[in-house]
Design a protein around this ligand. Structure first.
Ligand code: ADP
Ligand code: MG
Length: 314
């Protein structure tokens, strides 16, 4: 394995063999690695703690702290956390498919069925985060949506498939389609900007029951609606292949977002159904009080019209 020999070595990470780099960020590299004790493949986010100030370090610990409490099929699982003098090591469930972003680039855009298959999974994760855990993600975007690809099995079996079918997988290019199990299992990653808005132990906004100020309660609602806006941006992008808001100038872009200035651009949107457009517009609503909540999203006809059994993963 000449590739492996070019990989860096980190003190305290001897248990793992780094296989390849899968991604990077401002202070981190993410590697695919093999756990020599279990034989399993994992992802390891190696964070360069020596380049960070105390605030940034605290944020990493918060990210890990939040991930520890999460257990959902559509959220990347935290496996282990450790640190050396210079690094933090965040060991994560591996998503071999990589970023959804790259699939949008590869396929240009997704069919309505495939878009629904993806967005429903993201929504299920958000329902869990918002309503069960009191956590808002605050950085939902295609780069932070990873996936576990469905193995390509040329059969008539329309059921979604999981990692356990891996050994049956075929070689060759796989063009995802809902009938063949879709793109696989979508998983939300990167809790670097996430925040706890209420205490899932006491089921209250952080603070004493009855003494919580209205702005705290509103704050909680607003931060959830931030994820719903982002969900709308992702859905828009899946359906047509480009984002709803874009401009080369950051100032102009910021202004467009602030005004909610987007269009269903012709000819790209001409063949996309009215219900799909209706759903997008209820998410890309500037007033957070009028924007759809996760429950409203899940009740929308475009989501419900689907034949769930065919492709609702997990
Ligand atoms: P950052 O905060 O720097 O954006 P992320 O947690 O988003 O860090 O990771 C950066 C990139 O690394 C992701 O966009 C993705 O490409 C890759 N990556 C992260 N976690 C995993 C994982 N569990 N499986 C596969 N790739 C991953
Ligand atoms: Mg990221």
């Amino acid at each position: 394995r000449e590739k492996a020999s070019k990989m860096p070595r980190y003190p305290g990470l001897e248990r793992f063999i780094l296989i390849e780099k899968m991604g990077d960020g401002a202070f981190s590299n993410v590697y695919k690695a093999r756990d020599t004790q279990t034989g399993a493949e994992v992802a390891i986010k190696v964070v360069r703690k020596f380049e960070m100030n105390s605030n940034q370090r605290a944020n990493i610990l918060k990210e890990v702290q939040i991930m520890r409490q999460l257990d959902h099929p559509n959220i990347v699982k935290l496996i282990d956390f450790s640190e050396s003098r210079q690094h933090y090591y965040i060991v994560l469930e591996l998503c071999p498919g990589g970023e959804l972003f790259h699939q949008i680039v590869r396929l240009t855009y997704f069919s309505e069925d495939l878009s629904r298959h993806v967005i429903v999974q993201v929504a299920k994760a958000l329902l869990y985060l918002h309503e069960e855990k009191g956590v808002v993600h605050r950085d939902i975007k295609p780069e932070n949506l990873l996936f576990y690809p469905v193995p390509f099995i040329p059969s008539k079996d329309p059921k979604p498939r999981g990692p356990e079918d891996e050994d049956k997988a075929d070689e060759g290019e796989f063009i995802p389609g809902v009938g063949s199990g879709g793109i696989g299992q979508i998983k939300i990653a990167d809790f670097g900007l996430s925040k706890v808005v209420w205490d899932s132990q006491t089921m209250t906004p952080c603070g004493t029951v009855g003494y919580t100020a209205p702005e705290i309660v509103k704050d909680e609602r607003y931060s959830k609606s931030v994820d719903m806006w982002a969900l709308g941006c992702v859905l828009y992008t899946l359906l047509c292949g480009f984002p709803p808001f874009y401009d080369e100038s950051i100032q102009v872009l910021t202004e467009k977002v602030a005004r909610g200035q987007y269009t269903f651009l012709s000819p790209w949107w001409d063949d996309i159904s009215k219900p799909a457009q209706d759903l997008v517009s209820h998410l890309l609503t500037v007033d957070p009080d009028k924007r759809y909540t996760i429950e409203q999203f899940l009740k929308h006809p475009w989501i419900r019209e689907s034949n769930e059994e065919t492709y609702a993963a997990a």
